[in-house]
Design a protein around this ligand. Structure first.
Ligand code: DC
Length: 221
């Protein structure tokens, strides 16, 4: 049986940084499920489909062939054969992903792909519904969060380091709106699984959070 670590939590909680580090230390592969929802959103945007056109999203999602490869420990997402890693990190794609991920047909397709990946290798998988829906029997489940202000500050630092002009209050408002959408959608809303450990990273370093998760894993197996 493959080993599974599930990390869920709101946008900007540091899931991907932590999941990548834990995976590297344990020799697991890191599966970023948000990137799959982003690739699907990119496909919708390329086809001129809007967030509110749920019938069109349902009808179109089956022609999006999303596959994952790992190159030098990094996940590469392919959309109909094209490497789209460089196109999925924009705010436009992120907002469309938050909107199109409420669609049941999109979720069914991507959950199937995620479960297949987890059956083939030891994984650290992050997202919103990993502990609740995708990997209900994961060896370790963590719900990673941080206050909206701390998450906005982290995002602000990332963007300003890239030379982008931004306003921290706008970023925080955006984070709160996205949390609300992710937590209140009908299908697979973001919530802490009953058997998940809550980790609040507001006052923790990356190393401390990673160590907490690795310790949980070592105790669990
Ligand atoms: O983690 P992220 O920002 O890359 O995710 C983009 C969007 O995809 C997020 O707003 C919600 C959605 N998502 C989801 O619904 N379920 C997942 N397992 C992962 C992401």
């Amino acid at each position: 049986m493959s080993k599974q670590i599930a990390i869920d939590g709101p946008a900007g909680a540091g899931k991907s940084t932590i999941a990548r580090k834990v995976a590297a230390e344990l020799g697991f592969i890191y599966v970023d499920t948000g990137a799959m929802y982003r690739a699907m959103a990119l496909y919708m945007l390329k086809n001129g489909i809007k967030a509110e056109e749920s019938d069109k999203i349902s009808a179109t999602c089956d022609s999006a062939d999303i596959t994952i490869r790992h190159e030098n420990g990094e996940q590469v997402v392919f959309l109909n054969g094209e490497n789209v890693n460089g196109q999925i990190r924009t705010e436009e794609v992120g907002n469309m992903a938050s909107a199109s991920s409420v669609n049941g047909d999109v979720r069914r397709k991507l959950v199937e792909l995620q479960q297949k990946l987890a059956s083939e290798a030891d994984v650290v998988m992050d997202g919103r519904d990993i502990g609740t829906v995708v990997l209900p029997n994961a060896n370790v489940k963590v719900y990673l969060t941080a206050s909206s202000r701390v998450r906005a500050e982290r995002r602000f630092k990332e963007l300003t380091a890239k030379g982008e002009k931004c306003d921290i209050d706008v970023i925080e408002k955006d984070i709160i709106e996205r949390d609300y959408r992710d937590m209140h959608r009908e299908i697979s809303p973001l919530k802490q699984a009953d058997d998940a450990t809550l980790v609040d990273s507001s006052d923790m370093t990356i190393d401390e959070v990673a160590k907490t998760i690795i310790d949980l894993y070592r105790k669990a197996i």
